[in-house]
Design a protein around this ligand. Structure first.
Ligand SMILES: *[C@@H]1O[C@H](CO)[C@@H](O)[C@H](O)[C@H]1NC(C)=O
Ligand SMILES: *[C@@H]1O[C@H](CO)[C@@H](O)[C@H](O)[C@H]1NC(C)=O
Ligand SMILES: *[C@@H]1O[C@H](CO)[C@@H](O)[C@H](O)[C@H]1NC(C)=O
Ligand SMILES: *[C@@H]1O[C@H](CO)[C@@H](O)[C@H](O)[C@H]1NC(C)=O
Length: 464
């Protein structure tokens, strides 16, 4: 236990050190880096082996989660090592790629996150923790070296300070499972007006790095009991356009390191049928997946417990099958006609129709256990193809557009409570990848989840 405290103190200490470091311009960073000594890869290897040893010794006695965290750590370390190797290969005597640096930062963030989670889990298993104290103690010394190396040599950018610090805060505040939110009455929002969005808080390539260009992921805002910490992922596994299963992860760290327990819930055994998921704008809510049914101007709801599908036919004239997609600067995203969204009050569908001349329409998706009903509908004056994605927060529709490949702007909002529409929201999202194929708000923790070019990225919403 004590050593764990030290371990965390170590990270905190490092963070403080980073805090007081002067921020460097990117070019200064380059100069510094090209003169550095080699990254201590041998040390990394030893730690890696010892983490493996640690797993073998403790796993029979430990809970699943502890095991998966340790496994995660074991997986992250070789990845960090590999990334460092690549970074050094790219070093042609002067230049380290900014992107590569970004990857390394991210690796370190994830390792920090895992350490934190490990700490939290260990706390819950105080008895078993004693067994591992010795191993962790030795690892601590090694990690300290690595940390100081990174502190001095690699991560000197103020940006990283902020991200790590926020991740740490998030981890501290966000560790206990959140209770299902009580549904506030419409327009009565607990957080105030959306003011800003943080830099990316979490980023992972997940279980299948680079495999699925399009996909959807997140956390069920109204989960069944015992599934509060679960995450879900729906990859567009067929032709980049369709999906026929939901993949579940028991925690965020499992999602990050790609250990899927309890695995897949099949919607339909073969592709494509009416019940197949079409396009990457699906959401999970109340134990059911809401999505655009294959080849239909309709919303499907797949109940993960009963494996039954309910269908909601949208109004005549609704555009579907890639007739009215989201678009960025130079391409439109296939099969994004219907965008499902969650907020504090439930599920929404954002789409467009011929009679609305391609402008966005937003409707509530309601209904009982056996049927789906189209609720109240609002008509906006925003042309759908001028937006790259949309999401709902507290009954307010927000739309984004691509400014560049690094920047997305939340530029538009429509308040369904007042009918007020604005085109000057001016909140910017720093992108790690150019295309935001999926964007959805999680009312559980006020995170904005994005799926971008095979990667999951999340941002924290800041309210006034
Ligand atoms: C690690 O766990 C201890 C309890 O054993 C707790 O007091 C401490 O705050 C945790 N550290 C971090 C950084 O979360
Ligand atoms: C790693 O484990 C080996 C034996 O398993 C031990 O000799 C070595 O001291 C350990 N090193 C560290 C840094 O933990
Ligand atoms: C919003 O957040 C970004 C990133 O944290 C920051 O750079 C920017 O100044 C903030 N904007 C406002 C208006 O607070
Ligand atoms: C799924 O089915 C179960 C069992 O009939 C039911 O209790 C639950 O409300 C259903 N979920 C949704 C979202 O309809």
């Amino acid at each position: 236990m004590k050593s764990l405290l030290y371990l965390c103190a170590l990270f905190t200490l490092s963070l403080q050190e980073w805090d007081i470091l002067p921020s460097l311009a990117p070019d200064q960073c380059v100069c510094k880096l090209s003169n550095t000594k080699a990254f201590p890869q041998d040390n990394l290897k030893t730690i890696q082996q010892n983490v493996s040893g640690c797993i073998n010794e403790v796993s029979p006695k430990k809970s699943m989660e502890l095991k998966s965290l340790l496994l995660g750590l074991e997986q992250r370390l070789p990845q960090l090592q590999q990334d460092m190797t690549e970074l050094q290969l790219q070093d042609d005597g002067g230049l380290y790629g900014v992107l590569a640096l970004h990857v390394i930062q991210n690796e370190l963030t994830e390792i920090t996150l895992l350490m934190e989670k490990l700490n939290a889990t260990m706390e819950a298993h105080a008895q078993q923790a004693r067994d591992t104290t010795q191993q962790i103690q030795t690892l601590r010394a090694e990690l300290q070296q690595l940390q100081s190396f990174d502190t001095q040599q690699v991560i000197k950018r103020d940006q990283t300070n902020q991200r790590l610090k926020r991740d740490l805060d998030q981890c501290r505040n966000g560790a206990p499972p959140t209770a299902p939110p009580s549904v506030p009455p419409h327009a009565l929002c607990p957080h105030g007006r959306l003011q800003n969005v943080t830099r990316p808080r979490m980023h992972t390539a997940g279980e299948y790095p680079g495999s699925y260009k399009y996909g959807a992921w997140g956390q069920d805002p109204k989960p069944e009991g015992g599934k509060e910490s679960w995450y879900w992922f729906v990859p567009m596994a067929a032709s980049n356009r369709y999906a026929h299963y939901v993949r579940l992860y028991s925690s965020l760290s499992s999602l990050v390191v790609g250990i899927s327990v309890p695995g897949n819930v099949m919607i339909h055994p073969s592709n494509p049928t009416t019940n197949t998921v079409q396009g990457p704008n699906a959401v999970l809510y109340g134990g059911a997946l809401y999505y655009n049914c294959y080849n239909m101007d309709a919303v499907c709801r797949f109940n993960l417990s009963t494996k039954t599908v309910a269908t909601l036919q949208l109004p005549k004239g609704t555009r579907f099958n890639s007739k009215s997609n989201f678009c960025n600067l130079d391409e439109c995203f296939p099969f994004t006609d219907l965008d499902l969204a969650t907020d504090e009050s439930g599920v929404w569908v954002i789409y467009t129709t011929n009679q609305d001349n391609g402008n966005l329409v937003v409707s509530r998706v309601e209904g009982g256990p056996d049927e789906l009903v189209l609720g109240q509908t609002w008509h906006t004056s925003l042309y759908k193809q001028a937006t790259s994605n949309t999401f709902m927060v507290c009954g307010v529709l927000y739309a984004t557009r691509a400014v560049s490949k690094d920047l997305e702007e939340i530029f538009y909002s429509y308040d369904t409570a007042t009918g007020k529409e604005t085109f000057d929201v001016r909140i910017y999202l720093k992108k790690m990848f150019p295309n935001v194929y999926f964007l959805n708000y999680s009312p559980v923790d006020q995170m904005l989840h994005a799926y971008c070019d095979s990667n999951m990225v999340s941002y924290k919403m800041i309210f006034q």
